[in-house]
Design a protein around this ligand. Structure first.
Ligand code: UDP
Ligand code: MG
Length: 138
């Protein structure tokens, strides 16, 4: 089933000039990019985006990172896009991610792990809507 997911190239990866390599991997893997934008989140924007994690010990540091510089937000489409993108990213901690995954290759720590991906259809819908209006989805 064709599906959409929200992908982010996080500020740590944009700052290290890894955006081009990551977009190349996305295209090579067969995703259609339905929307894409450079965005500088405020602290409040990042807190809203990660609201499900507000009680976690890493929330303050994570939202500081996400608002520290520009990120690239994308709506990706493919059959089974949510799982497919999480597989390409690898698990949250780059040290535990499989070889060849984006987080293994480009992540520096469990927090500075280069990319974000939605984890379920309802979160994908919320997260795509957080950044893109319907008219921006091609
Ligand atoms: N994170 C962190 N420490 C942790 C767990 C998560 O700094 O112990 C950060 C990390 O950047 C991660 C984000 O918080 O990508 C969201 O956490 P989640 O558990 O949703 O992981 P993801 O879905 O991104 O793999
Ligand atoms: Mg998550």
């Amino acid at each position: 089933m064709t599906e959409r997911t929200l992908a982010i190239i996080k500020p740590d990866a944009v700052e290290r000039h890894l955006a081009g390599k990551i977009v190349q991997r996305i295209e090579d893997s067969g995703f259609q990019i339905r929307a894409m934008r450079l965005v500088r989140m405020s602290k409040r924007d990042a807190e809203g985006f990660y609201a499900v994690h507000r009680d976690r010990p890493f929330f303050k540091s994570l939202t500081e990172l996400m608002s520290s510089g520009p990120a690239i937000v994308m709506a990706l489409e493919a059959p089974d896009a949510i799982k497919k993108w999480r597989t390409l990213m690898g698990v949250t901690d780059p040290a535990k991610a499989d070889p060849g995954t984006l987080r293994k290759e480009f992540g520096q720590s469990i927090e500075r792990n280069a990319t974000h991906g939605s984890d379920a259809p309802h979160t994908a819908a919320y997260e795509i809507g957080y950044f893109f209006a319907g008219i921006e989805l091609i």
